[in-house]
Design a protein around this ligand. Structure first.
Ligand SMILES: Cc1cc2nc3c(=O)[nH]c(=O)nc-3n(C[C@H](O)[C@H](O)[C@H](O)COP(=O)(O)OP(=O)(O)OC[C@H]3O[C@@H](n4cnc5c(N)ncnc54)[C@H](O)[C@@H]3O)c2cc1C
Ligand code: FES
Length: 359
């Protein structure tokens, strides 16, 4: 290689480096930016990362059930300035009003300049917790009951029905799990967790986690919770692990002396899918104004089932004299929630009387 070729190569390399540095600066890479929240708090934000990362680096933990993949739509924040254009992946999760107001998915917004965002104050209250596994027991063939003793902070305040996000160690990914215990139990949280084949978090919980292990979670989150001030009768519809937040709400109502009429409709394929059934039956025995119905969609001959069968959405109108004057809490798979919403809407139940969590 001649001296001249070496000189040209060096010039080329310097040129490429200058161009890359320029592009990096234009995209905000590695520069320190400022993130202003609700016009009154300004924090540092590393350029080039996502808004979700910048928030979590500042110990602000917003819902992000898919771990930032852009598939859950939970990480919505209002970006007042500096967020760039909405990308196509966000379109699926934002309605027209949200787009007009500047709502974005924090996991898809890149920090390229100073950002101004607005968030509800209660979201800023979610914290990171460290907890010890106090119990991990089998409930049925694919579901475990997890009890976590809080270590730091030592207590948590939440509303019955809300959820937390458990961190999968080593992967730095979070998954959402509804709190199944009542809010009066501030230092010990309970969960009902179903194993999803090849699922990251549930395989960790079912196969690797042991009593005594320490794990982290953030929260509380969610707008699916008991409307404490409402005097309406409460109707709960759940399937499989959807019973978790319903258990928290029912246990809370029990502690309040069951102030209104309440009925739980709980479904599963077979008797084996019905989780923690005895607990609700016991509350039913103690309170005249609480009833629980179990509905099996595919009972086996071994179940010797003489109770309700078929779709939960057919069972509810059978036992409820009127539907439009009640308050509904729905939790379970999307198909169950969508079918229930269609029935309730057809029967004239206003949307503001229906609360749901799909998972
Ligand atoms: C608000 C909220 C509350 C939740 N509460 C609970 C709870 O109390 N108990 C509980 O067990 N789960 C709950 N979930 C679901 C939970 O967050 C996880 O999605 C689930 O445990 C799977 O996580 P994973 O990491 O094991 O699977 P992933 O690694 O996320 O998924 C692996 C694969 O399984 C598929 N998959 C994910 N979920 C399901 C499913 N339900 N059925 C079939 N396939 C699936 C995915 O599409 C993917 O292909 C809740 C979800 C939300 C949003
Ligand atoms: S974290 Fe799930 S869409 Fe952003």
């Amino acid at each position: 290689m001649t001296l001249q070729t070496i000189f040209i190569l060096i010039l080329l390399l310097v040129g490429i480096t200058v161009i890359l540095s320029f592009v990096d600066v234009m995209l905000g890479g590695s520069r320190q930016m400022l993130l202003t929240i609700n016009k009154d708090t300004t924090l540092p934000a590393s350029g080039g990362g996502t808004l979700l990362d910048a928030l979590s680096q500042n110990k602000i933990f917003i819902p992000s059930a898919c771990g930032g993949k852009g598939t859950c739509g939970h990480c919505k924040v209002k970006v007042d300035s500096g967020g760039g254009d909405i990308i196509s992946l966000e379109e699926n999760f934002l309605n027209r009003k949200e787009k007009e107001e500047g709502v974005r998915l924090a996991c898809q917004v890149k920090v390229r300049e100073d950002l101004h965002i607005s968030m509800p104050e209660d979201l800023l209250e979610a914290k990171e917790y460290m907890a010890e596994v106090a119990a991990l027991e089998e409930l049925n063939y694919d579901t475990k009951f997890l009890r976590l003793k809080l270590l730091s902070p030592k207590t948590i305040n939440f509303k019955p029905g809300q959820y937390v996000q458990i961190l999968v160690p080593g992967y730095e990914e979070y998954r959402a799990y509804s709190i199944a215990s009542p809010p009066s139990q501030k230092d010990m949280l309970e969960f009902v967790i179903r194993h999803i084949r090849k699922g990251l978090c549930t395989t960790f919980i079912h196969k690797a986690l042991r009593v005594g292990d320490i794990i982290k979670f953030t929260g509380p989150y969610g707008d699916f919770y008991l409307q404490e001030n409402s005097k309406r009768d409460k109707i709960f519809l759940s399937r499989n692990t959807g019973i978790a937040p319903i258990r928290s709400i029912v246990m809370h109502l029990k502690e309040q002396g069951m102030p209104t009429e309440a009925r739980s409709y709980y479904s599963g394929r077979t008797k084996n899918d019905i989780l923690l059934g005895e607990e609700l039956s016991k509350i039913e025995e103690e309170h005249d104004n609480f009833k629980c119905y179990v509905v099996l969609s595919k009972p086996t001959p071994d179940d010797k089932w003489e109770g309700e069968t078929g779709y939960i959405t057919d069972t509810v109108p059978k036992f409820e004299e009127s539907l439009d004057d009640k308050e509904y809490y729905l939790c379970g798979p999307p198909e169950m929630i969508d079918a229930a919403m269609a029935v309730l809407s057809e029967k004239g139940v206003p949307e503001e009387q229906i609360f749901f969590d799909k998972f």
